[in-house]
Design a binder for this molecule. Structure first.
Ligand code: SF4
Length: 338
């Protein structure tokens, strides 16, 4: 809930609007779960909240913790369905990967989540509930948030945008806009909308190919928004929003997009775009025949980008000993419906 929504609740309950600030502190700053035990609010108001408002909470169905301390949770949502959320520790900080849809409509051919298709969009409260679950587990909110879990965030724009505004509200959860990254498959109109709204978060684009032929095979969204349409929009986004860099994600797949020629074509494609490139060797899973690139191919690809002056980082997948691919924990614990 944004502050205006909390003011509305006060008006509906017939209490002074000043209680909106206390309610915001109880729910978002302190992460309190039970309306009835919230201090500083009139008793009548807490009972009214209990009767009329659904607290943003999820239940944990299953948890896997890897030896690297990556923790993957399968969460049941208050409005039905299950999603995954992952807590990734690194250098004393926690990054949380948040899901925005149950399933996904984008049908990327290397992705396990895609095999279920889109079941529904998450409500804003269900994304906030993932953050609150992390706070209840760890005692504080994660330092970094990436909208890179199940779903295409920009296919659920209104709810995701509200999530970003609530998560960055300085009087509430107070995440830094620099520490929230929204990842898209390349939905051009929604990227333009993000830019027009000046949404306070970073943009990551899952590119995965340096030409339309390969990208059409990997990511059907490319038929609608090919590279000749997408790349100028990214350049404009970067220039207009003054965000330092767009994050380019590139999943490396053996023999598909990982050759020297691919790397050199990517160098040309990214010309004049201030960006950082994350190279992600594919997480193999049972739903795909694609294979992870060899270490030599990964090294060659990285070297080519690096020599051309790009900041490129190879991200070894965290949680290698648990169900590391997005959607894998759900697939193992929730049997598909007939
Ligand atoms: S990679 Fe992302 S956008 Fe593509 S199908 Fe999977 S969840 Fe959806």
């Amino acid at each position: 809930m944004l502050h205006g929504d909390l003011l509305d609740l006060c008006r509906q309950a017939g209490v002074k609007e000043v209680h909106a600030d206390t309610l915001r502190a109880c729910i978002f700053r302190r992460g309190e779960r039970d309306f009835l035990s919230m201090h500083g609010l009139p008793k009548l108001f807490t009972h009214w909240l209990k009767a009329h408002v659904c607290h943003p909470s999820v239940s944990v169905l299953h948890t896997q913790v890897d030896t690297d301390h990556t923790q993957k949770m399968l969460l049941r949502l208050p409005y039905g369905g299950e999603v995954e959320s992952v807590l990734i520790p690194a250098a004393g900080r926690i990054t949380q990967c948040i899901s925005s849809q149950v399933g996904c409509a984008m049908a990327c051919t290397f992705c396990l989540t895609a095999t279920a298709g889109l079941q529904r969009n998450l409500h804003t409260s269900e994304m906030i509930a993932q953050l609150m679950q992390a706070k209840w587990l760890m005692g504080s909110y994660p330092r970094n948030v990436v909208l890179m879990g199940m779903g295409e965030p920009l296919h659920n724009y209104n709810a995701v945008a509200r999530f970003v505004w609530i998560a960055t509200d300085p009087a509430g959860i107070a995440l830094s806009p620099r520490r929230i990254t929204l990842s898209t498959s390349g939905l051009v109109p929604a990227i333009k909308r993000m830019q027009a709204d000046n949404l306070p978060c970073n943009l990551a684009v899952s590119l995965n190919a340096s030409n339309d032929t390969v990208r059409n095979d990997l990511m059907p969204v490319n038929h609608k928004y090919p590279l000749s349409v997408l790349m100028p929009v990214l350049r404009d986004f970067s220039a207009q929003t003054k965000r330092k860099r767009v994050l380019i994600e590139y999943v490396l797949i053996d023999g598909v997009n990982d050759t020297l020629k691919d790397a050199m074509a990517l160098v040309d494609l990214l010309a004049d775009l201030p960006c950082t490139v994350n190279l992600l060797p594919l997480n193999t899973h049972h739903g795909t025949s694609y294979r992870r690139s060899s270490d030599a191919a990964v090294q060659q690809f990285w070297q080519t980008l690096n020599s051309a002056g790009y900041v490129a980082v190879v991200r070894q997948s965290r949680g290698q000993n648990i169900s590391a691919a997005c959607g894998q924990l759900k697939a193992e614990n929730i049997p598909p419906k007939d």
